[in-house]
Design a protein around this ligand. Structure first.
Ligand SMILES: Nc1ncnc2c1ncn2[C@@H]1O[C@H](COP(=O)(O)OP(=O)(O)OP(=O)(O)O)[C@@H](O)[C@H]1O
Ligand SMILES: [Mg+2]
Length: 281
């Protein structure tokens, strides 16, 4: 059996039974792509740049499903082990309805009790950040803080300005939707500290074809699907608007249906079947 369309390390999975292979397909696999690696490179360079004042900040924006949270997980698995360099906050995980300031301080490791009066920066934060060697805070769903009511929005922008300026020099790295860019424009001085990177939808081209080829190398199907062929590329772009999440879903459900119907390769028909029946396999 010719399994050369699968990468060496994963080739043996193709011989597993259908249920085991469905389980493999359902797991998230990471495939490098130029937009994702650019974000990771910029984060790395910003973290290693010393003595830049005010601190360099980053805003990564993309629509829903563009891959923002996934990139944050990658950054977190790379830097979380390094003592305290990067703190992580997600504005969507806020069951206690905390204010932006409280959430950020909690993410930095300052317990609510020690946060001091509302709206203020706690005494000794500078020393604390130095001691714990925290030099950056990564914030998911960043737009939430910037699209608050005007009064709240001003406070949040001003807090970010304080934290990224002296004496804290915290690199603020926000991930959110494009609306965050407009909100940032409210404060031109703060806006200038931010590098803005966009995660755009896939378009027809070599980068997309190469991404699809790498995905195919990871899937345990016994026949080559040639995901990079014009027919499949066309189908994907027309049916997913190029959104990372939707492209991956189309391929994964297509792969699962190709397994259950015995065809062993993803085709336009198996992806159509996947779109209609999704989890019903
Ligand atoms: N480079 C990649 N390789 C493989 N899968 C990826 C990649 N980037 C993103 N994904 C997958 O795409 C899906 C959507 O990604 P993610 O949840 O990170 O998007 P998001 O921009 O945070 O969306 P939202 O705005 O809805 O929070 C996830 O299933 C994720 O595993
Ligand atoms: Mg997300």
């Amino acid at each position: 059996m010719d399994l050369s369309h699968i990468k060496d390390a994963k080739r043996s999975f193709a011989m597993y039974g259908v249920l085991e292979r469905i389980e493999i397909i359902n797991k998230n696999i990471w495939v490098d792509c130029p937009q994702c690696s650019r974000v990771e490179r910029v984060v790395k360079n910003m973290l290693s740049a010393r003595g830049v004042t005010p601190a360099p900040c980053l805003l990564v924006c993309g629509e829903g499903g563009a891959g923002k949270t996934s990139i944050i997980s990658r950054i977190s698995s790379k830097y979380a082990a390094v003592d305290g360099v990067v703190a992580f906050a997600s504005l969507s995980e806020n069951p206690d309805n905390l204010r932006f300031r409280d959430l950020l301080l909690l993410a930095l490791g300052v317990p609510l009790k020690a946060q001091g009066g509302a709206g203020k920066i706690p005494n000794g934060l500078e020393k604390y950040l130095q001691l714990r060697k925290i030099s950056a805070i990564v914030i998911d769903e960043f737009h939430d803080a910037l699209l608050a009511q005007l009064g709240e929005q001003r406070k949040n922008l001003s807090l970010l300005k304080t934290l990224s300026g002296p004496p804290y020099h915290l690199r603020v790295m926000g991930f959110g939707t494009f609306s965050a860019v407009n909100a940032l424009k409210q404060d031109p001085q703060l806006e200038r500290r931010f590098e803005i990177l966009k995660l755009l939808p896939w378009v027809e081209g070599d980068e997309f074809r190469s991404f699809l080829a790498s995905i195919e190398e990871n899937l345990p199907l016994r026949k080559a699907s040639k995901l990079y062929s014009a027919e499949i590329v066309n189908y994907l772009l027309t049916n997913t608007r190029g959104t990372m999440d939707e492209v991956l879903k189309a391929i994964k459900f297509g792969a699962i249906h190709a397994l259950t119907n015995g065809e062993e390769k993803i085709t336009v028909e198996s992806m159509n079947e996947g779109f209609i029946r999704r989890w019903d396999y």
